[in-house]
Design a protein around this ligand. Sequence first.
Ligand code: AMP
Length: 218
Amino acid sequence: MITLALSKGRIFDETLPLLRAAGIEVLEDPETSRKLILATNQPELRVVLVRATDVPTYVEYGGADLGITGRDTLIEHGGHGLYQPLDLDIARCRISVAVRKDFDYASAVRQGSRLRVATKYVGIARDFFATKGVHVDLIKLYGSMELAPLTGLADAIVDLVSTGNTLRANGLVEVERIMDISSRLVVNQAALKRKQAALRQVIDGFAAALRQPVGSAA
Ligand code: AMP
């Protein structure tokens, strides 16, 4: 049995067409079913639904043989022991620094002030500001980052941005783009040795699906 770890939402939705192009159909819809283990049309392949931030952990410890997770999550996790054969180019967004419209970020950075930065991405934020030589106090949050500058909890946030609508709706502006993000396939290295043929088939299926022109994954 091969176990593929996915998270509900954008990654699941954008993975389905790739699976389909590789001849794999997931037999249940996670939005209507409460099941956490989903069968596929391939008796030897199942999907498990885990939180996005738990995907690398499941794959690292062998709870899943392979998984799909964002570059953001992988960098924060460290990616230990994970083979990363493919960038699937799905769930694309960026990690950026954002502040209130009326906050003078450029002068705060120039004057060497200590910035208070709220984020879920403490590792990425720490490395980014260290490289710039900006002193920061990092405040770890697990959600609703946009609220932090509005309530005075922080001067800035480091968060995922896609269309920018969430920032705009909350009176925030993007002042720096830290990195581009997309989701990658990650594989447990021990499983890759033990179940080589079966895993190679899935990895090659994804690789072939990526080579197909957009929209042809019927
Ligand atoms: P947007 O309003 O389109 O800029 O989306 C921003 C909101 O969606 C933020 O709350 C992000 O945390 C979340 N978001 C954007 N892109 C992604 C992604 N690829 N994966 C997970 N969350 C995302």
